[in-house]
Design a protein around this ligand. Sequence first.
Ligand code: C2E
Ligand code: CA
Ligand code: CA
Ligand code: CA
Length: 275
Amino acid sequence: AKGDGRGAFRFFEAGMNAKMQLRRGLEIHLRQALGRGEFAVHFQPLVELEAGEVSGFEALLRWDHPTRGQVPPDQFIPLAEELGLIGSIGAWVLREACAAAAAWPAPLSVAVNLSPVQFRNRQLVLDVVGALGASGLAPSRLELEITETAMLFDTDATLATLRQLKELGVRIAMDDFGTGYSSLSYLRKFPFDKIKIDRTFVRDLSVTEGSLAIIRAVTRLAADLGMVTTAEGVETHEQLATLRAQGCTQAQGYLFSQARPANEALGLVRSIGRS
Ligand code: C2E
Ligand code: CA
Ligand code: CA
Ligand code: CA
């Protein structure tokens, strides 16, 4: 048993080294990515379930690494947070997203993801004001998505920031709802405009009866609190029909479209609207 333990330790160590090497490789390039124009913001449509129409898009960051090609945001965003780069990257995403949305016909809106790290910095509110001002986008057409991790730290400061953002007239969505530990207490502390139901619940709809019960309960709860709901990760017509039957407000997922470059957004509004 002793030998096994040491083997497992060595294996773990080797795994760590590979991870650290990958990290170091990414780190050098990530520091320069913004300046070199390697980032792009893509847009995934949000579809109103009742009208069957696109009402807006979620902005999703893409990084075209010079040698590795596309690196998924789940890999480079945590690194950008650690390296202290997320502030400048996040501000850039806000400006790009607002500029793109300002070119769409109203009331099409754009949703931007905010890192919990950005959220702890006073600069965030200034960045939002700056992006709105530079683009001329009406604040009501901008939505900010935050995860409950953002609510974990410094609750008073967090609530103050949320209120300042709300006073600007932007909407606030709680992202990945149901994946953390205490989502419900956050709903009581702050009036979110929207709840985004995490895609794991949608994915398991046909597998686990509990997922349907949870989606039903969250949709009902949101309605009672005056919030709308978006179901993430909708891939099949069957999921779509179930979500519609549960009174979910919006759906987002590969069934409609993946995130696409800005110049394809309006085409998606037309093609999804007709289907
Ligand atoms: P998220 O905010 O939950 O974004 C939704 C993710 O689900 C996106 O992954 C999207 O491409 C993916 N997705 C959408 N529909 C489907 C579907 O039908 N099936 C499946 N399997 N996946 C679907 P993506 O673009 O790789 O982004 C991953 C995460 O990275 C995001 O999760 C968000 O947390 C973070 N992220 C992306 N862009 C930004 C950004 O500009 N700033 C910050 N702070 N985080 C970002
Ligand atoms: Ca999101
Ligand atoms: Ca999400
Ligand atoms: Ca997520």
